[in-house]
Ligand binder design. Structure first.
Ligand code: GLA
Length: 354
């Protein structure tokens, strides 16, 4: 079990940030920076024990600081995903947020939790090396009410899991929906697209979207649609089908409502890359998951090792509450009040088929 700390670079106006390397006894390794809580690299073994970095990203901090980083590997908040029209009301008060995604608010705004410096503490826990990140989001930051004390811990467990525990407290009623935005490619970062990855999602229903990717409020069965991943299916098999939901998302960019046996950590999704045999399983305490097939990657980003990231070169599985929850009283609430504790846990577990 190893935790190594090195300087990653300087964030103008803040100072230096670090890159922490967390390794378990099997050699499973995550490199995480306290800028945005970004998972910069994640090394997982294939069926022959060959390691590859399975997340997209950049080699340098300077690249992450550039405007066009599409949330690679980051913690997303205060409210991940979209809020229609960049506005919502809470307890009769209307709040206005940045419209940073067409007419809508996306991923916490102009400077969301992916673009702030987190205080970091490296610890050894009983399950493996731990990086504890904390950030206080001030009252009114990005338009959200309430001071939010946020703690996110990353654990690299002895079962080859990257475990993420999120916790938050507020001093005024607010809305919170934290998630993680790694782009996975189980054949290895920069190795091409993910259309040949096989996906299973433990979900019978999804929330259809309009052409700005805001849920309409309907909760629809996946049965008979290209969004049915109840049994393993190749991501590329139906992504080009003539179905309005795929046209709106330019592929998969939807919220699946998870089938949950109970309130605890339960199985959400599984990805398998047939060539390498690498498998990733996702478990979460959240009610839903956004599967995003990297549709907006367009070949304008040069990432790690000089690789150009093209459309669908990575996939995101963002465990979350439903998009636009603050404006959809019928969806599970994301309101957090003083005295309550926000908590969510998600694990990404890596294994290989034989
Ligand atoms: C999320 C969204 C996508 C896209 C990416 C970032 O996954 O659902 O529509 O905005 O983030 O590019």
């Amino acid at each position: 079990m190893v935790i190594k700390r090195q300087v990653f670079g300087e964030v103008p106006g803040y100072g230096m940030v670090d890159l922490y390397t967390l390794v378990n006894r099997n050699g499973f390794e995550a490199r995480i920076t306290n800028y945005g809580g970004i998972v910069v690299s994640l090394f997982a073994p294939d069926r022959n024990g060959v390691w590859a970095d399975v997340v997209l990203g950049y080699d340098t901090l300077e690249d992450y600081l550039k405007d066009n980083s599409p949330y690679f590997g980051s913690i997303v908040g205060r409210v991940g995903n979209r809020i229609a029209g960049g506005r919502f009301s809470l307890d009769g008060v209307e709040y206005t947020l940045a419209r940073n995604n067409g007419p809508n608010h996306l991923h916490g705004g102009i400077r969301g939790f992916d673009k702030v410096v987190w205080a970091a503490e490296a610890l050894g826990g009983p399950d493996g090396p731990v990086l504890r990140l904390s950030y206080t989001s001030s009252d009114g930051e990005e338009g959200y009410p309430g001071t939010l004390e946020t703690v996110v811990t990353y654990t690299v467990t002895s079962d080859n899991e990257l475990r993420i525990d999120y916790g938050a407290f507020t001093d005024r009623p607010t809305v919170v929906n934290l998630t993680h935005h790694s782009y996975f490619n189980l054949a290895g970062t920069g190795s091409g697209n993910i259309l040949g990855h096989e996906l299973t999602i433990n979900s019978d229903r999804f929330t259809p979207i309009d052409d700005t990717l805001i849920p309409t409020g309907e909760v629809r069965s996946v049965k008979g649609t290209p969004l049915d991943f109840t049994v393993p299916a190749l991501i590329g098999a139906r992504i080009g089908d003539d179905y309005d939901q795929l046209a709106f998302g330019i592929g998969y960019d939807h919220n699946w409502v998870l089938n949950r046996p109970d309130k605890g950590l339960s199985f959400a999704a599984r990805v398998r890359e047939p060539g390498s045999g690498r498998v990733m399983e996702v478990y979460t305490t959240e009610p839903a998951i956004q599967f995003y097939s990297g549709n907006f990657l367009d070949g304008t980003i040069t990432g790690k090792g000089g690789a150009v990231y093209r459309q669908r070169d990575g996939l995101c599985l963002e465990t979350q509450h439903y998009p636009d929850s603050p404006n959809k009283p019928e969806f599970p609430s994301i309101v957090l009040r003083p005295g309550e504790r926000y908590a969510q846990t998600t694990t990404y577990r890596f294994l290989a088929d034989r």
